[in-house]
Design a protein around this ligand. Structure first.
Ligand code: NAD
Length: 492
């Protein structure tokens, strides 16, 4: 697909409530294109009253026979049709996604949109595969464990992959028979509106998937507090996740699924078959989406004997990336989401240098004619494993490199006191790989690769403060249901 003209995109402005766009508000937020920092739309800010209306509407849709009495296989058919419509409108969705986020158009079209359709289909397939269990009770009784939807699920999504991250929440929730009210990030609000409108076109009853736009502390908190929201599912930073958990505890002791931050290591042992190829994997794992990926492999932990060769190759791979606007089809290094986030990355790098860190590549923001915020992919050798740059989530294209002389040292360095989202291990030695997967505390471990595949059956979720619960997999579907226990006495 060629690039596109960002000024000629039709934007579905507003909220989606009861199947239609709602475009009115007391307050408005300016929304900027990350690529060139231009204001391209105004976001009507939702408030507690609008959240109340959206949740009541979703609750009514959930209770209506059109959804509640629908056979699971018919629910599956609606979701498959929805996935078909996502594919039909792939170009429009991809342009909207690229315009408002950091996703380059080529990636949005080749990955984000087909992946979104694929995830919807995966969960559609689970609709009629899970009903519950029968317990091994005494023969004069029948014990049932019936899986039921919660009702209205409150979903809160981040800005880094707006459609995909939202879909991880919405698809399993709907497949399990719930209704959803979604609050997208106020920085990337519009592509999910189109997703919600396509759900209605597919025949999913209006109100089953509502979208309320606005800021986290206003709309997000109101959603978590709402008495008709039975469960909250969130993806975002650990700090916000903790705040949400507290609100959910105080307002109805609601269950939460939290997908949070990370500081994931990539371990490279000296026995890798092709160190240059591994260097390419390591570079992509931190430079993809300019490092704005929860599972970004931000800490390279490499055998001392390979360190010099690997760092040269990684620096070469970084130099080969082409920064540019997301609507240019040749861009391979997208912008940072916002000016403040770019400034934060810069400050963390400066502090790393002040603490004795050595810059091996990049190290500063990139000047560009478009005025967006771009940061050079950066490789830093920290002076100390406790340095802030090794410990804190940067959420930008910044990779630290630490050498090791023994496997024990590698596993020691791989540990993180707070996060446990993902890890990569590169080795040809099966025993080493087996030991690594036992030693490393992380929700996902990739061996001789880095990043997810399209096998949506594999769940994703963090250990420690990287999260609670799972997205994807059967576990995400089950996390959107609760079990009702029934014990029936049988007549002799
Ligand atoms: P964020 O926590 O700032 O915001 C996420 C969402 O929460 C946004 O919609 C925001 O408006 C909302 N929010 C903010 N304050 C809120 C509050 N008090 N109550 C309710 N909602 C509130 O995160 P972000 O900057 O959008 O995303 C980046 C973070 O997300 C990184 O830490 C990254 O690691 C994490 N992330 C994790 C995963 C995962 O699967 N584990 C995936 C993607 C991103």
């Amino acid at each position: 697909m060629p690039g596109f003209d960002p000024d000629r995109i039709e934007i579905p402005l507003g909220h989606v409530i009861g199947g239609a766009l709602r475009h009115a508000a007391q307050e408005w937020l300016d929304v900027r294109r990350p690529s060139d920092a231009q204001i391209y739309a105004r976001l009507p800010e939702g408030d507690a009253a609008l959240v109340d209306e959206a949740v009541a509407n979703s609750n009514a849709a959930f209770r209506s026979p059109g959804w509640r009495r629908l056979a699971p296989r018919d629910r599956a058919a609606l979701m498959r049709r929805w996935a078909d419509l996502v594919e039909r409108d792939a170009e429009r969705l991809a342009r909207l996604e690229a315009l408002g986020s950091t996703r380059p158009i080529r990636d949005a079209l080749a990955w984000d949109i087909p992946y979104t359709a694929d995830v919807i289909r995966f969960f559609a397939e689970l609709c009629d595969k899970h009903g519950g269990e029968i317990g091994a009770t005494a023969p004069d009784h029948l014990g049932l464990m019936i899986a039921e939807p919660y009702g209205v699920i409150g979903a809160i999504a981040p800005w880094n992959f707006p459609l995909v991250m939202a879909c991880w929440k919405i698809a399993p929730a709907l497949a399990a028979g719930n209704a959803v009210v979604l609050k997208p990030s106020e920085m990337t609000p519009f592509s999910v509106n189109l997703l919600a409108l396509l759900a209605v076109e597919a025949g999913i009853p209006p109100g089953i998937f509502n979208v309320v736009q606005g800021r986290g502390p206003v709309v997000g908190e109101a959603l978590c507090r709402h008495p008709l929201v039975a469960k909250v599912t969130f993806t975002g930073s650990t700090r916000t996740g903790a705040a949400i958990m507290e609100i959910c505890a105080r307002h109805g002791t609601k269950p939460v699924t939290l997908e949070l931050g990370g500081k994931s290591p990539q371990l490279v042992f000296e026995d890798v078959t092709d160190p240059d190829r591994t260097a390419g994997i390591v570079a992509r794992a931190i430079a993809g989406n300019a490092g704005q990926v929860c599972v970004a492999g931000s800490r390279l932990i490499v055998a001392e004997s390979l360190k010099a060769r690997m760092t040269v190759k990684i620096a070469e791979a970084f130099a080969g990336l082409k920064p540019g606007v997301t609507w240019d089809a040749t861009t391979t290094l997208p912008p940072i989401i916002s000016e403040p986030q770019c400034a934060r990355i810069g400050a963390l790098v400066e502090r790393a240098v002040a603490e004795g860190g050595k810059i091996l590549a990049g190290g500063a923001r990139l000047r560009n004619p478009q005025h967006g915020a771009y940061f050079a992919p950066t490789l830093i050798e920290p002076a100390d494993p406790m340095a802030g740059i090794v410990q804190e989530e940067v959420f930008g294209p910044v990779l630290t490199v630490q050498g090791f002389r023994s496997d024990d040292e590698a596993f020691e360095l791989a540990g993180h006191p707070v996060y446990g989202l993902a890890a990569g291990v590169h080795t040809r030695d099966l025993n080493r790989a087996m030991r690594a997967l036992r030693e490393i505390r992380a929700g996902t471990i990739w061996i001789n690769r880095y990043g997810r595949s399209n096998d949506h059956i594999l769940p994703t979720g963090g250990f420690g403060q990287s999260g609670i619960g799972k997205d994807l997999g059967r576990q995400a579907f089950e996390g959107n249901q609760r079990l009702k226990t029934v014990l029936m006495a049988l007549e002799a």
